[in-house]
Design a protein around this ligand. Structure first.
Ligand code: SF4
Length: 426
């Protein structure tokens, strides 16, 4: 089989595989230094598959779920002493669907985190999930045990479009539940809205935005374009004519602009190309810290993390996960050595995410003195190239602001700039 080369980018990064992954983790932990960090806890299961989702892993019965939670707690406890030496800036329970776990399970995991890790005084603790998994009483309990942010994948308020995405709750149920959660006033309440859904028109998207602004009191939101890769069930349904097609690129871009304009006119603060805050309590700290590829301590099956210049991926197979955790080893399936330009590329990625501006000098400051000048020149000339193509605007002082076109899609630009940084190291 041909080996695929991973390009540098906002999401992926090439690395050299290292033998004995659990040992690599232990060594990385010993070499850890006090830098900004997140703690990521993965709950892989979902009770049903959303046809647009590339992250679906599978479901689990009650017994397996209970055993998984027990093992996850064990894993958190096992590494607390060493991995908990430095303050953690953000904790994220992601998935999968963490909210499918019962209140007791989530509370026991929150307690394990708080007991075994040193959390920064302003640590953000997010639990992600579906709207029907956050009953108000459960949300109150999570807040009482430290969760200060709920992130809910709403996708759309439009009941008919929701059905096409395999979502169960209807518009009325969502709005009622969101209001009940906002009224608790114990956490930042953030939601995702997607645009460019199958058969979605500009008018229907604008109706979603109007609903968001008039009928909810959420603290913040992500606005994402739905991307349908060929292998997903949703793509198959569209190909078979069972669902209408998704809007084309230019229509999707117009929807993005409409979303940004709606947020601007509502006074929302833009935190990243896709994230907006309506109140100061919404900080989006986890994504902000991770966007610059800083330390991420991973826990749970299939979780991915970074530490001391290494990238780790945990086992996705229950038996292997259980065996290693029970033996007191880190359940890491693969470990990779990240290249030396990783820190400078991370700085660039962090700037693209927030403040949505590129500062060549600051990117270069993350590189060793020997290549700093070359890195700065490479980023500057790359930025000028992308400015000519309409993705960046040169600003007084030497920085480059992302244009709205780049806020909509900057994957290619980020990748190109990172490859230029790598060349400057060679
Ligand atoms: S619940 Fe979330 S992770 Fe699970 S299939 Fe749906 S979108 Fe994907």
């Amino acid at each position: 089989m041909m080996k695929q080369t991973v390009l540098r980018g906002m999401m992926g990064f090439p690395c050299r595989e290292l033998p004995e992954p659990p040992r690599v983790w232990e060594e990385a932990l010993a070499a850890d230094t006090a830098t900004r960090r997140t703690l990521y806890i993965h709950i892989p299961y979902c009770r049903s598959r959303c046809p647009f989702c590339p992250f679906y892993f599978g479901g689990a019965g009650e017994e397996e779920t209970a055993e998984y939670v027990r093992l996850l707690r064990l894993e958190l406890e096992r590494w607390g002493e060493l991995a908990g030496r430095f303050p953690v800036n953000a904790v994220y329970f992601g998935g999968g669907t963490p909210s499918d776990l019962g209140a007791e399970s989530l509370v026991s995991l929150l307690d394990a985190v708080r007991k075994n890790y040193r959390l920064a005084a302003d640590c953000e603790i997010t639990v992600e999930g579906r709207i029907d998994g956050f009953e108000p009483e459960k949300a109150r309990r999570l807040a009482a045990h430290g969760a200060n942010r709920l992130s809910i994948g709403i996708q759309t308020f439009d009941t008919e479009l929701r059905r096409r995405l395999g979502r169960v709750s209807d518009r009325r149920a969502i709005l009622g539940r969101l209001e009940a959660l906002a009224a608790i006033n114990e956490f930042s309440l953030v939601i995702d809205l997607l645009y460019a859904l199958p058969g979605q028109t500009a008018a229907r998207w604008e109706a979603d935005l109007a609903t968001l602004l008039a009928a909810t009191r959420v603290s913040g939101l992500d606005l994402y374009r739905l991307k349908v890769s060929d292998t997903l069930p949703l793509a198959a349904a569209i190909r078979a004519g069972k669902l209408p097609p998704v809007p084309d690129d230019e229509t999707a871009y117009a929807m993005h602009l409409a979303g940004v304009e709606a947020m601007r006119s509502a006074g929302a603060v833009r935190i990243s190309p896709v994230h907006f805050a309506f109140e100061a309590r919404e900080r989006n700290l986890n994504n902000t810290v991770s966007s610059s590829k800083q330390v991420c301590l991973q826990f749970g099956m299939k979780a991915v993390g970074r530490l001391a210049g290494r990238r780790f991926m945990q086992h996705s197979e229950f038996r292997s996960y259980r065996e290693l955790v029970s033996a007191g080893r880190k359940p890491v399936k693969s470990a990779g050595l990240l290249p030396p330009d990783f820190a400078a590329c991370g700085e660039l990625a962090g700037q693209i995410y927030r403040p949505m501006r590129i500062f060549p000098g600051r990117v270069a400051a993350a590189a060793p003195a020997t290549v700093r000048e070359r890195v700065e020149t490479a980023v500057r000339s790359g930025a000028e190239h992308w400015a000519e193509r309409g993705f960046l605007t040169a600003e007084p002082g030497g920085g480059f602001a992302l244009t709205e076109r780049a806020n909509f899609s900057h994957r290619e630009m980020a990748s190109d700039l990172m490859e230029r940084i790598a060349e400057a190291y060679s």
